[in-house]
Design a protein around this ligand. Structure first.
Ligand SMILES: N[C@@H](CCC(=O)N[C@@H](CS)C(=O)NCC(=O)O)C(=O)O
Length: 251
């Protein structure tokens, strides 16, 4: 039987797989368990009626089990483990929350505009804790075998790597060798290659959240343009107009 899954489409490209780490986590689980599936790409800025009817909260991923659409990647992964126990991806409970603070710390650092507010330090501490864990237990979080906790963390580490390189020119320090090896191991899996969003869609996804993040960003609504970054000019009809950083201008 082929399972149906609805996942995020790329921002501005509704026919391409998008940048949702929770959707990728569910896809990774299907791939690793070799469960046949059919995906529906959902444009989150223009959600189809059928999707809102089966899932009024409007979030992805959702998977159809026995005619009922189920949301939330934690719940989906739990049901997949129950219904398709082989190969087992169950994480021993003592390892289930390893690395769970990395994603919220990354988001805070990404959104931060004050280099001294401690958000970078907090992220470094979380990554160091993961490095220590992997040194003691690796190469995966629960040892030799990949399990659900790795499949949850992998897409989040991918967002971290891509978004921080782009928006903050920041990379994971070389001394965190166990984390860097872990990332290589995860990202080189066939399941990851098949389910990952393109880097430009990850960047567009975080850019679309409307943060200025020390980079070039244009937010436009009809004739109103706001720009965060260096001054630049835009073409309007045949004229070029200068746009000032950080101010709203109408044309
Ligand atoms: N806790 C949920 C989170 C899912 C979630 O936040 N999905 C985002 C996309 S990554 C979403 O669908 N947001 C709704 C929207 O943007 O309208 C899970 O693990 O599945």
């Amino acid at each position: 039987m082929v399972l149906e899954i609805a996942v995020k489409a790329a921002v501005g490209a509704p026919d391409i797989l998008g940048d949702c780490p929770f959707s990728q986590r569910a896809l990774l689980t299907l791939e690793e368990k070799k469960i046949p599936y059919k995906s529906h790409l959902i444009n989150l800025s223009d959600k189809p009626q059928w999707f809102l009817e089966v899932n009024p909260e409007g979030k992805v991923p959702v998977v159809k089990f026995d005619d009922k659409w189920v949301s939330d990647s934690d719940v989906i992964v739990g049901i997949l483990e129950e219904k398709y126990p082989e190969p087992s991806l169950a994480t021993p409970p003592e390892f289930a929350s390893v690395g769970s603070k990395i994603f919220p710390s990354f988001v805070k650092f990404l959104k931060s505009k004050d280099p001294n507010d401690g958000t970078e330090q907090d992220l470094l501490e979380e990554l160091k804790a993961l490095d220590d864990h992997l040194k003691a237990h690796g190469p995966f979080i629960a040892g030799e075998k990949i399990t659900a906790v790795d499949l949850s963390l992998a897409p989040k580490l991918y967002h971290l790597e891509v978004a921080l390189a782009h928006f903050k020119n920041w990379t994971i320090p070389d001394k965190l060798t166990h984390v860097l090896n872990y990332i290589k191991l995860l990202f080189s899996r066939e399941s990851f290659e098949k389910t990952k969003a393109a880097k430009e869609h990850i960047i567009a996804g975080w850019g679309a959240k409307g943060q200025c993040m020390n980079s070039f960003q244009i937010i436009s609504y009809q004739n109103l343009v706001m720009y965060c970054g260096l001054a630049f000019s835009i073409r309007k009809g045949q004229e070029r107009k200068k746009v000032e950083p950080g101010v709203c201008q109408t044309f």
